[in-house]
Design a protein around this ligand. Structure first.
Ligand code: PAF
Length: 271
């Protein structure tokens, strides 16, 4: 595994290879990331993983500060996975140049997390746009857990005619149903149990709504979630994941999208 901290040295190395499969991360590597990396390794190109905790996508300084950083163990995991390249840039390496393409921010950025984390998606697209320009990957691997992020990156790539192809990867869950997330490390055992109960509650709820739309009764659902131990709910909404239209009757394909807090830890999921 070759490690790069500077984009010019990285580019010298990778632009002579046939192509790159790119897995962007903010570190705090867990089984979700590992599955993206394993998938990437099955493709014909060399795998490049980036670790960069992007300050521009945090709408609160305290959240940026408390975001888990586990570089030492991340390095061990990546070495074991035998990835080809690791890129750990500084802030200046990423933000010290003007990208050729402007960020395209689809209107869907105003929904769901966009309503509660002002500037979050601008920050995500800003950094991803820069990574795409530096690395010019053939493929970029993104998880469906952050479905809204995935959709917005897809729209940006389409609109700006960028040649990288997104490989959409399934959400990886613990045996107890909780989706792997770097933020889970801020939860204690009891809080993990709450997150697990919420997952099973939502799965059951989805089945009921499929049969009878009247079960999408937000007041009752919010009360149930609070009773299960949720401290605050940012949103609970249903969307068709292909076109991001809301469903209004039973029998339609949809996912339930949720962002909620257990104490001060914010979790998102879609089921
Ligand atoms: O999903 C993430 O970890 C981040 O939003 C990403 C795509 C690495 C951009 O910072």
């Amino acid at each position: 595994m070759k490690i790069f901290k500077d984009k010019h040295t990285l580019q010298k190395e990778i632009l002579k290879t046939k192509g790159i499969s790119f897995v962007p991360t903010m570190g705090g590597l867990h089984k979700g990331h590992i599955s993206l990396i394993k998938k990437s390794k099955k493709f014909q190109f060399k795998t490049l993983v980036s670790i960069f905790v992007n300050p521009k996508q945090f709408n609160k300084k305290s959240d940026f500060r408390s975001y888990p950083r586990t570089t030492k163990t991340d390095l061990k995991k990546l070495k074991k996975l035998k990835i080809n390249y690791l890129y750990i840039p500084s802030f200046k390496d990423i933000y010290g140049f003007k990208p050729k393409k402007k960020v395209f921010l689809d209107k869907f950025s105003e929904k769901l997390c966009g309503r509660f984390r002002r500037g979050h998606f601008e920050g995500v697209l800003n950094v991803v746009n820069r990574f795409l320009e530096i690395i010019k990957p053939k493929y970029i691997f993104l998880g469906k857990k952050d479905y809204q992020q995935l959709y917005l990156i897809k729209k940006h790539i389409e609109k700006r005619k960028i040649k990288s192809k997104i490989i959409e990867c399934e959400t990886i869950r613990e045996n107890n149903g909780v989706a792997f997330s770097t933020r889970n490390s801020n939860l204690d055992k009891n809080q993990i149990k709450i997150a697990s109960n919420i997952y099973y509650y939502l799965r059951k709820l989805k089945k009921k709504i499929k049969k009878n739309y009247n079960f999408f009764n937000l007041n009752k659902i919010k009360k149930d979630l609070k009773d299960l131990g949720v401290s605050k709910i940012d949103y609970l909404e249903n969307y068709n994941t292909k076109n991001f239209k809301k469903i209004k009757r039973q029998g339609k394909k949809f996912n339930l999208f949720i962002a909620y807090y257990i104490k001060n830890v914010r979790l998102i999921d879609n089921i």
